[in-house]
Design a protein around this ligand. Sequence first.
Ligand SMILES: [Zn+2]
Length: 240
Amino acid sequence: MPHGSNFLLGQLAAATLAGIAPHLSVIDLATADVLAEPHQRIQRVYFPHSGIISSIVELSDGSTIETGMIGNDGVFGASQALDDKVSLNLVTVQIAGKASVMTSDRLRAFASELPDFKALLIKYEQFFLSQVQQTAACNAVHDIDARTCKWLSRMHDLVGPDLLLTQEFFARMMGVRRTSVTTVAGALQDAGLISYTRGRLHIVDINQIRKRACECDDAVRSNYQRMFPLVEADAKDRCV
Ligand SMILES: [Zn+2]
């Protein structure tokens, strides 16, 4: 069943997933698709199978910074749908992929009927909040080299070693100038840890990238593992 490609949906009992599956559709997520504007009511909830969705804060001077990533380990829009609330941030597709999608109204109805489904969604929201809090601390304290490696490590966890992204996009996610990204990416390339050609970034040595990453890399991964031990085990099996 394709919906099980999302680890959260994959954690549901087979009967539960079979019950909600007719109300899920699989769609393509294209890079730079906007899934929500700030203060916009959430109409659809996305369970990615692949690719990465980013939550981004925009400042009045035009600068931006990413505060959280959602891949096949999570869901976007569920907590807002449960409370019939708006998105607080800009939410876009950072890396193209596929997702199972359900309307917010339908998700809210299922959550009231299926306590296990609702508990899973709330648990993920708790993880996502912890990721955002860790990112806030990281952006305030850790240097750009360590932050870049943390960012690459998280992306590697979600989509693997090959990333289609421009340095401009990279800079917008990191909240830094493009020249800073060029310098950091150049150093990582010179060290043989990544290769970068025309918007295609390949992570050559993920172990060294993780050694250079700040503690936030392990913190986010550990938080997820504590909250979703089965999901994490599945992910490790998939990566070997
Ligand atoms: Zn950090």
